[in-house]
Write a protein that binds this ligand. Structure first.
Ligand code: TYD
Length: 201
């Protein structure tokens, strides 16, 4: 079987994590082996870089470079081997997050990131990206006071609004790959939307 690369995206609090297990089960029920992974992270080195990039202050370009450094390991060690085995790889975030957060949120030019994208995974793109979209107020309310916020979750509302808009611009640019899921609906309604998208795969 051919490998399938699925990525999950959205602003913090969009609810993508709530549907991961359901999504994995969807593929397992069809006889597929599912590899679940995340960014930043996904490898031992990547998880160390995650700790640094989520908690240490740094220049926005350093932030982008660390994201792509972690991604370089992730692509090499986890994503490519799994796809070569014919597995379904579900990654909680990938390069669309860099365009949304580092370009949309922090204001880096997209041309810079396009160079890094080409360098790190020029010939590899997700087959399907599920973009969980919710208005900033809902996302913030969901994040609530559940735990200690990281550097991104601590950002002001206008940052999250820019991230959301950048995600939606990417969805408009790559409509075949990126499917927008209305994450403000009930979990059942979100699942129905996911089922419709997956049925068309
Ligand atoms: P995430 O794993 O969704 O956080 P959580 O464990 O809190 O659900 O993502 C961690 C943060 O990293 C998130 O705020 C978005 C940010 N991020 C970027 O800014 N750029 C990137 O390229 C990636 C992959 C994540």
């Amino acid at each position: 079987m051919k490998g399938l690369f699925v990525t999950l995206e959205g602003v913090d609090g969009a609810g993508k994590s709530s549907h991961v297990e359901w999504l994995a089960e969807h593929f397992r029920a069809r006889g597929r082996t599912v590899v679940f992974t995340r960014e930043p992270g996904g490898t031992p080195l990547g998880e160390k870089l995650r700790e640094i990039v989520l908690h240490d202050a740094m220049h926005p370009e350093t932030e982008a470079l660390v994201m792509f450094a972690a991604r370089r390991e992730h692509v090499e060690q986890v994503i490519r081997p799994a796809l070569a085995r014919g597995d379904v790889v579900i990654s909680d975030r990938f390069t669309d997050a860099s365009f949304a957060y580092q370009c949309g949120g922090r204001g880096l030019p997209e041309a810079r990131l396009e160079i890094l994208e080409q360098w790190v995974h020029g010939d590899l793109q997700p087959d399907l990206t599920l973009l969980f979209d919710v208005p900033g107020e809902i996302a913030q309310a969901r994040l609530g006071a559940a735990r200690e916020p990281d550097r991104f979750e601590r950002e002001r509302m206008d940052f999250h609004t820019r991230v959301r808009e950048a995600y939606l611009r990417r969805a408009a640019k790559f409509p075949t790959r990126i499917k927008v899921i209305d994450g403000s609906r009930s979990p059942e309604e979100v699942r129905a939307q996911l089922a419709t998208v997956l049925a068309a795969l």
